[in-house]
Design a protein around this ligand. Structure first.
Ligand SMILES: [Zn+2]
Length: 302
């Protein structure tokens, strides 16, 4: 019985502590962080005036080619929000200065509030505010995409472009808002259209390099070093301290996918072949070409 009570408590706890999100699905900053912002009005992380915010909006709009738009920027403190709307045919962005400053405070970067403004501009850009339907998942993702696109152009890093969403979006989403991971992906998609992440070409690690050990009575191990696509250098280390080095040339790939490298020696009377299997095993085939006899030896990494 006790267990049951505990379980139901656990189930209801997240519900009780459910965070509050604003109209665009961004967490409403805690009173504590808002108080912090109020305490230090002169912090570098703040829009000193509506002019500065207006300046950001101008810069955001100027990032979009062939798009000119005048906005009415409206500061309304205490609404814990930033939103895009239309009034008498004019495009408005209304924002709460304390709200955006608290976002900057919580994320530790000014790009947070810039990304929120860019998101709102995105709602205008995609004409989301023409209908009265309100937020939908696709609208929010489009505005997020727009914000990623603009922030890349303005010089933010991908982490800065995502900062607000990473910290402040609802991880589970809601009927009107997609979950955080989808929104972050939308920002990244927009960002990548400007600054595609450079994928470092992965160094092809040659599976055939290194030491391969054996249980033979005379040979301890063979060291293999790739020299080119078609040549490997193999050095046999003997138990008596001797070593013999040969360049082996690629000859073929077996039906089981093993790559075969060979070298003929002793006036072409003998041939050594190394078989490199995909699973990392190496087999050596010693062939007496005159007598048409051969012997196999197994090597492994350990
Ligand atoms: Zn939104």
């Amino acid at each position: 019985m006790k267990k049951q009570i505990l379980l139901s408590l656990l189930i209801f706890m997240p519900w009780l502590s459910q965070a509050q999100y604003n109209r665009c699905g961004v967490l409403i900053p805690s009173q504590k962080s808002i108080n912090k912002v109020k305490e230090k009005q002169s912090s570098i992380n703040s829009f000193i005036s509506i002019d500065e915010a207006a300046n950001y909006i101008k810069r955001i709009v100027s990032q979009v080619p062939d798009w000119q738009q005048n906005f009415v920027l409206q500061e309304r403190n205490g609404i814990n929000n930033a939103y895009a709307h239309m009034h008498n045919g004019r495009r408005f962005i209304t924002y709460d200065n304390l709200f955006v400053e608290a976002l900057d405070y919580q994320t530790g970067t000014k790009w947070a509030s810039v990304s929120v403004l860019a998101h709102e501009v995105g709602h205008h850009y995609f004409d989301h505010v023409l209908d009265r339907e309100g937020s939908t998942h696709s609208k929010e993702l489009e505005a997020d995409y727009f914000s990623g696109y603009v922030l890349a152009k303005m010089g933010a890093s991908i982490a800065q472009a995502k900062a607000a969403m990473a910290k402040l979006a609802n991880p589970y989403g809601s009927h009107s808002h997609p979950p955080r991971n989808q929104r972050l992906a939308a920002i990244e998609k927009g960002y990548n259209t400007i600054k595609p992440r450079k994928v470092k070409p992965r160094k092809k690690s040659n599976p055939y390099s290194g030491n391969f050990y054996t249980q033979q009575s005379d040979v301890r191990y063979v060291n293999v070093q790739p020299r080119s696509n078609k040549v490997v250098q193999a050095t046999w280390f003997f138990n008596n301290g001797q070593k013999v080095s040969e360049n082996l040339h690629y000859s073929r790939t077996t039906s089981r996918g093993a790559k075969v490298y060979y070298n003929n020696y002793m006036q072409n009377t003998r041939r050594v072949e190394l078989y490199f299997f995909r699973d990392g095993r190496v087999r050596e085939k010693d062939i007496d070409l005159k007598k048409r006899r051969y012997t196999w030896f197994n090597f492994s990494r350990h």
